[in-house]
Design a protein around this ligand. Structure first.
Ligand code: CP
Ligand code: NVA
Length: 298
């Protein structure tokens, strides 16, 4: 079984993965043998720090091994198709993770692979991030509260996050200027959960009494051509002390990282009492351990 999006992820499996991630972390045993001898091939078309390292450490922690393949040094760069690459990789490994620009390329890989395929970020979703985000929200006891995503609320991280948080029954608020609101497709999907969902362009309204405030970069990988416009359009949406004054005093701030300090988030918030971003980054490892254990046992 593969994981391409939170949108298509089975609800029961999603909760099983988050629960297992929590118990793996609690146990803290990094010499497990659940996936002894299993091989992960991790593909990268875009840069990564956390995803790459957390996948590598996660598979090692459960007894497996990781091989990283960069597009630039592979035959993909010379035109080998996604389909043929997927067929070949499947002969060498037990699971594939892939970070790509186009989600349709990931779908192509999943179609031709004969092993589970995991989305390690595409232009549509970042489901592994969302699993770790939900783990972090539970760890901080905020799962019954109000979650506000502020900034580019149409990006991959926002798509996965809004769905997972709504499925857990959180009050979800998506806040960004016009042009940065979630797509009709994702809004419809999030509304199906029955959770309270709001879309607004007013940051002060959005964060009022919030329990979790989430932001991400204003210029995602692949959006560089629009950089100046995005920085201008989003400048009133920075997560900073002034904004946090509207939230609950024990609110937490999440960011998938990397942060562009001084753009979507201030130094004072990154380095201050609200930030749970380091727990969140660590949880990528536990969530992916749990995910691979579950996907390889289905
Ligand atoms: N959050 C995240 O996916 O980080 P990287 O881009 O460093 O992998
Ligand atoms: N939205 C960001 C997330 C990086 C982890 C991007 O796609 O670049």
């Amino acid at each position: 079984m593969s994981l391409l999006t939170i949108k298509e992820m089975d609800h029961a499996l999603m909760k099983e993965v988050v629960d297992l991630a929590q118990s793996l972390k609690k146990e803290g045993n990094r010499k497990r043998e659940d996936l002894k001898g299993k091989v992960l091939i991790s593909l990268y078309e875009k840069p990564s720090t956390r995803t790459r390292l957390s996948f590598e450490t996660a598979i090692e922690n459960v007894g497996g091994h990781c091989i990283v393949m960069d597009f630039k040094t592979s035959q993909i760069s010379r035109g080998e198709t996604m389909a043929d690459t997927a067929r070949v990789l499947s002969r060498y490994c037990d699971v594939i993770s892939a970070r790509l620009f186009k989600h349709t390329d990931l779908e192509e890989i999943a179609k031709y692979a004969t092993v589970p395929v995991i989305n390690a970020l595409t232009d549509v979703e970042h489901p592994c991030q969302a699993l770790a985000d939900m783990q972090t929200i539970l760890e901080h006891g905020k799962q019954n509260g109000k979650l506000v995503y502020i900034g580019d609320a149409a990006n991959n991280v926002a798509n996965s996050l809004m769905l997972i948080a709504a499925r857990y029954g959180m009050h979800v608020v998506l806040c960004g200027p016009d042009g940065y609101h979630p797509s009709a497709e994702y809004l419809e999907e999030v509304q199906k959960t029955g959770a309270k969902v709001e879309v607004t362009s007013d940051p002060a309204y959005a964060v009022k009494d919030a329990d979790v405030i989430y932001t991400d970069v204003w210029v995602s990988m692949g959006d560089e051509a629009e950089k100046q416009k995005r920085l201008e359009d989003l400048k009133a949406y920075q997560v900073n002390d002034e904004l946090l004054a509207q939230a609950k005093s024990d609110a937490i701030v999440l960011h998938c990282l990397p942060a562009h300090r001084g753009e979507e988030i201030s130094d004072s918030i990154m380095d201050g009492k609200y930030a749970a971003v380091w727990d969140q980054a660590e949880n990528r490892m536990w969530a992916q351990e749990a995910l691979m254990i579950k996907l390889l046992s289905k």
